[in-house]
Design a protein around this ligand. Structure first.
Ligand SMILES: Cc1ncc(COP(=O)(O)O)c(C=O)c1O
Length: 391
């Protein structure tokens, strides 16, 4: 079956964060500019997902959601099929998306003032949620070697004060698209065991991995860490369903589940019926669509990385996962104000500012390439033009 990722779909005026707030956030007009920031795609999900919404609209009654058995089975089927990871139905606890799940985990496993470790630069909401919960942010800077990020656990060990309770991990890593290997995961798990840290593994980008790279589920790679591990999964990135606000926490440990359920109950959490129906349909039927998407994104990645790497002093980190290109402007010798001005006012492109991802991010911009191919070609041409004086 063919899927048309080149279809022109105008998202302006649809309450889209990406297109309808870009003018206010970046000063780039949606009429003349290209939105390449927040991590959602400009593509519709697999057709069966939209059919479920159409059927629900035809039926016409939108009462409370009940019975998530089908949802759990859909999650279990996908993880078994795609990641060779066995999940039991009662290991799954649902949340209103993964940012919500992170907040729940922080409250379930730490107290105000406790330290929470992240590997920076990393998805900006991690630090925001940690600070909003009055936990202490502990940034462990990633080290760039051979064009890829690496964790520096030896350095992190020297930074510990004993106040740290949680390590919030991003796998694959956003930004930088790093896929962690089995040995790195085992070392990380050993580190958490040694220092008695609860490990939250956010694997939302687990399906968006380009061959030959392969995602390894931490819970599967290191099964004996299950007493201190919560894995976060969702369809929101894979199938572009961020607006459904559905995600799940998975843990094999009953005591960890008890603590999570207690916090979730304190918020009166219950589920968005359309979102649950869309999510389970995507997991049940989305394999062929995902395969086509990955081929399309891989070509977008090639065009974008090759294109920006032709600009003197500009270097894209080669991503093995995610559709988020991480581009370093350090060797242009420009201040961040200057390269951002050229990208926003000059090229008319809205891209995430690297500084918002924490320590080590300031010389970067993050470009979302999950858009139609014509936009990727256009973006490359605009960027080459905006920096043409450097050639
Ligand atoms: C690592 C990571 N976790 C979580 C999220 C957001 O998850 P949700 O939309 O389910 O809150 C993102 C979005 O980009 C992300 O990159």
């Amino acid at each position: 079956m063919d899927f048309d990722f080149d279809a022109v779909i105008d998202r302006v005026g649809t309450y889209s964060s990406k297109w309808d707030t870009m003018q206010a956030k970046y000063g780039v007009s949606p009429d003349t500019g290209i939105a390449m920031w927040v991590a959602d795609m400009d593509f519709p999900p697999p057709p069966a997902v939209n059919e479920v919404v159409q059927q629900a609209a035809l039926h016409g009654v939108h009462g409370y959601f009940g019975d998530d058995t089908d949802y759990r089975q859909a999650l279990i089927g996908w993880m078994q099929r795609r990641h060779d990871w066995h999940v039991e139905p009662d290991w799954i606890i649902n949340a209103h998306g993964l940012c919500n799940a992170i907040g729940i985990c922080l409250q379930a496993f730490s107290a105000v003032g406790d330290g929470v470790i992240i590997f920076s630069p990393v998805y900006h909401a991690f630090a925001r949620i940690i600070k909003a919960n009055d936990r202490q942010l502990v940034e462990s800077p990633l080290v760039e070697r051979d064009g890829r990020y690496h964790m520096d656990l030896a350095k992190l060990e020297t930074m510990l004060t004993g106040n740290e309770k949680i390590l919030l991990f991003c796998s694959p890593h956003n930004p930088g698209g790093r896929v962690w290997d089995k040995q790195e995961l085992a070392e990380l798990a050993g580190f958490c065991e040694k220092h008695d840290l609860l490990l939250v593994s956010d694997e939302v980008h687990n399906d968006l991995v380009f061959a030959p790279a392969k995602h390894t589920v931490l819970a599967k790679a290191v099964p004996d860490i299950s007493h201190r591990l919560v894995t976060l999964v969702a369809t929101t990135k894979t199938f572009n369903l961020a607006g459904t606000m559905i995600g799940s926490m998975v843990t094999a440990n009953a005591e960890l589940r008890r603590k999570i359920v207690r916090v979730a109950a304190a918020y009166g959490t219950s589920f968005n019926r359309l979102g649950m129906m869309m999510t389970q349909t995507a997991w049940r039927t989305g394999d062929a669509w995902l395969q086509a998407l990955l081929l399309y994104l891989a070509e977008n990645r090639r065009i974008f990385e090759d294109g920006v790497n032709q600009i003197a002093g500009v270097k894209a980190m080669s991503i093995d996962a995610t559709y988020l290109c991480w581009v370093n402007f350090a060797d242009t010798g420009m201040s961040s104000d200057e390269f951002i001005r050229r990208v926003e006012a000059g090229a008319q492109i809205a891209a995430n500012h690297g500084a918002t991802f924490g320590t080590g991010g300031a010389s970067f911009l993050r470009f979302n390439i999950a858009c139609r191919r014509a936009h990727v070609h256009d973006a490359v041409a605009r960027l080459q033009d905006a920096f043409s004086d450097l050639q």
